[in-house]
Design a binder for this molecule. Sequence first.
Ligand SMILES: [Zn+2]
Length: 114
Amino acid sequence: MEYCPACKSEIQPNTDSCAICNHAFDTNIKSEWIKIGSIQDNISAGYAKETLESSKIPVVIISNSGMFGAAGLSLNPFHGEAQGLFDVSVPEEYAKEATEVLNMILGDSWTKKD
Ligand SMILES: [Zn+2]
């Protein structure tokens, strides 16, 4: 059940304004993005992003050097620092599904967040 943040009335799902007080909802803010785990190499990170997007799961992958795909992204020459190089975040309601997809396609190549 969802409630209007302005007047606390019960609201119907998928409405964009409150029937009681006419408060407009920003549907983009409804989802809370959470980190579901880390990927240790950029090939797996790219594969994960592609696969999740083709499954219609919104995903953001952030590397230590900025957003995934940003210019200047390079392989870290210091292998000891490569742990958890890419953080994977999805909207909370997709976390379970995304985790299952990553388990399936990456196996041990990613680290699920506990
Ligand atoms: Zn309201």
